[in-house]
Design a protein around this ligand. Structure first.
Ligand code: ADP
Ligand code: MG
Length: 519
């Protein structure tokens, strides 16, 4: 064999190996996790994110921040994924999960420096994560999830969010009402609850609409704007002349023929309106267009008709009123119609919205959230969506745990006791995991302006004597106490998911020793 070098990668590709690869991955992922750390907890700060085009987002929400940051580094991307998985799975705890993942990696870095093999770290982390889940189960509250607990867990998720001029307690009440309203024996269908924001009023004007809101308004000024006991049709079609007829050329040679052609059109359009009226429709939501002449006949007949309804909205309306969506007027029958107690049009600034309330399917609700400005309304929408997820997770996915860092203190404690019986270097990794979990109470202390070391010591001592200890934020400062008494609770599912997704990302990144990128 000659001294010919063997090229398996294209000249453009870049490769980093071994410690260098590990280092750069860990640094990048840590840096990303660090960014959201200051937003954690009720005293956390907000971030302002400005896009290329100058759009501004102001938020406290971990997943949103990471999503808006436009992160390129592949390992850093995995932290973004931790946040988005957390958001998808349980809807809250995104900051907790990404901060934990960053801390697990920082600890892994120390272990690698001490020559602990990546595989040992991975095994140790998995063992520790199992212990962590055990601890979550142990600390989960036994009590039935009554309205008071539900109110508390929902409110905890909103404390410190930019909710405008309304306090978390009042918003939480609206959220709980929405979730209770949407609840059936089989749990809550998330799609039954929608959040719709509208600027022009303070957040305190936020209210629960027992039904759906349509973005569209009546197509004709003379249509009724308030219909009670409405029979509602959802039509997936256009109410205008069929394409073929518009394109057809008329060889009009005399006035009679012209009149015939026009009256044939009129006839057809009148037919559409009659089909709708004859079927007993009071209100029609149409996904396509409604021709002016059809609209004007419908208006004369006292029918409220709305055009250009989006598919999503049509689906939601049909579900709320119990209508079947009809694709052709020939098929329209009384059975297809749904029912709503009221359909009402309301003006907001230069926009009109149609409220469909008291539908046959009473589970469907909309949180109509108001905010003075676009930014307030947007952040309110995120906070409400999180809060809805939190209430549902608490109700349907395994109850609640004490918040304010208490669950993390219990997790770290449980892992440390478990570590004692683990042999060899793996024990170091298990202990490192426990240390990493401390980042949550420590960050809550920092963000509250307390000394993190003193707070941690105090928390551990109190946990030892009382069995539960959190760092409850009160006004400008915090105190160590019982979060259950203070009503600071989190869904158990949020903690479980955070442990699982942070462990997964950290072990995946720690195991990589070769980064090959095609340029
Ligand atoms: P995440 O994105 O992880 O949900 P948050 O900024 O919402 O981040 O903060 C959640 C943490 O704040 C949880 O650990 C929760 O228990 C805690 N928390 C909520 N309310 C309080 C409070 N009044 N005092 C102390 N901690 C609180
Ligand atoms: Mg939260």
């Amino acid at each position: 064999m000659g001294g010919q070098p063997l090229f398996i990668l294209s000249e453009d590709s870049e490769r980093t190996r071994g410690e260098d690869a590990q280092n750069s991955n860990i640094q990048a992922a840590k840096a990303v996790a660090e960014t959201v750390r200051t937003t954690l907890g009720p005293r956390g700060m907000d971030k302002m994110l400005v896009s290329d085009s100058g759009d501004v987002v102001i938020t406290n929400d971990g997943a949103t921040i990471l999503d808006e940051m436009d992160i390129e580094h592949p390992a850093a991307q995995m932290i973004v994924e931790v946040a988005s998985t957390q958001e998808e799975e349980v809807g809250d705890g995104t900051t907790t999960a990404s901060v934990l993942a960053g801390r697990l990696l920082a600890k892994a870095e120390d272990l690698l420096e001490d020559d602990v093999h990546p595989t040992t770290i991975v095994e140790g982390y998995h063992e520790a994560s199992r212990l962590a889940l055990e601890a979550v189960d142990e600390i989960t509250l036994e009590a039935d999830l009554d309205d008071e607990l539900l109110q508390q867990v929902t409110e905890s998720s909103m404390t410190g969010k930019g909710t405008g001029d309304i306090d978390a307690a009042a918003l939480a009440e609206t959220v709980v009402a929405a979730v209770q309203h949407a609840r059936t024996d089989d749990g809550v269908v998330r799609d039954d609850i929608t959040v719709r924001t509208q600027t022009g009023a303070g957040a305190s004007a936020t209210r629960l609409v027992e039904g759906v809101i349509s973005e569209e308004e009546p197509v004709h000024a003379d249509m009724p704007r308030d219909v009670s006991d409405a029979d509602v049709a959802v039509l997936d079609l256009d109410l205008d002349l069929r394409e073929a007829e518009i394109d057809a050329e008329y060889n009009v040679t005399d006035v009679d023929q012209l009149e015939q052609a026009i009256s044939a059109e009129e006839e057809e359009l009148r037919g559409y309106a009659e089909d709708i009226v004859d079927a007993g429709v009071d209100v029609a939501f149409v996904t396509g267009d409604i021709e002016d002449r059809v609209a004007s006949i419908l208006a004369k007949e006292g029918v409220l008709a709305v055009e250009s309804v989006s598919d999503d909205e049509a689906t939601r309306i049909a579900r709320a009123v119990g209508a079947s969506t009809v694709g052709s007027l020939q098929d329209l029958e009384g059975d297809d119609l749904g029912f709503a107690e009221t359909v009402r049009v309301e003006r907001f600034g230069d926009e009109e919205l149609t409220f469909i309330e008291g539908g046959t399917n009473a589970e469907t609700v909309t949180l109509f959230a108001r905010g003075g400005t676009e930014h307030v309304a947007d952040e309110l929408e995120r906070a409400l969506n999180d809060a809805i997820d939190v209430a549902i997770a608490a109700l349907d996915e395994g109850g609640v745990v004490p918040g304010a860092g208490a669950t993390e203190i219990a997790i770290a404690d449980h892992i440390r006791s478990g570590a004692a019986s683990i042999e060899g270097r793996k024990q170091l990794a298990v202990e490192a995991f426990a240390d990493a979990v401390d980042v949550i109470p420590r960050t809550l202390a920092e963000n509250t302006g307390m000394d993190p070391i003193d707070a941690l010591v105090d928390l551990r001592t109190t946990h030892e004597s009382e069995g539960v200890a959190g760092l409850i934020s009160e006004g400008q400062t915090g105190r160590v106490g019982d979060p259950i008494e203070a009503g600071v609770l989190d869904p158990a599912a949020v903690k479980r998911e955070a442990v699982e997704s942070a462990t997964e990302a950290a072990t995946m990144i720690a195991r990589i020793d070769d980064v090959i990128s095609a340029n």
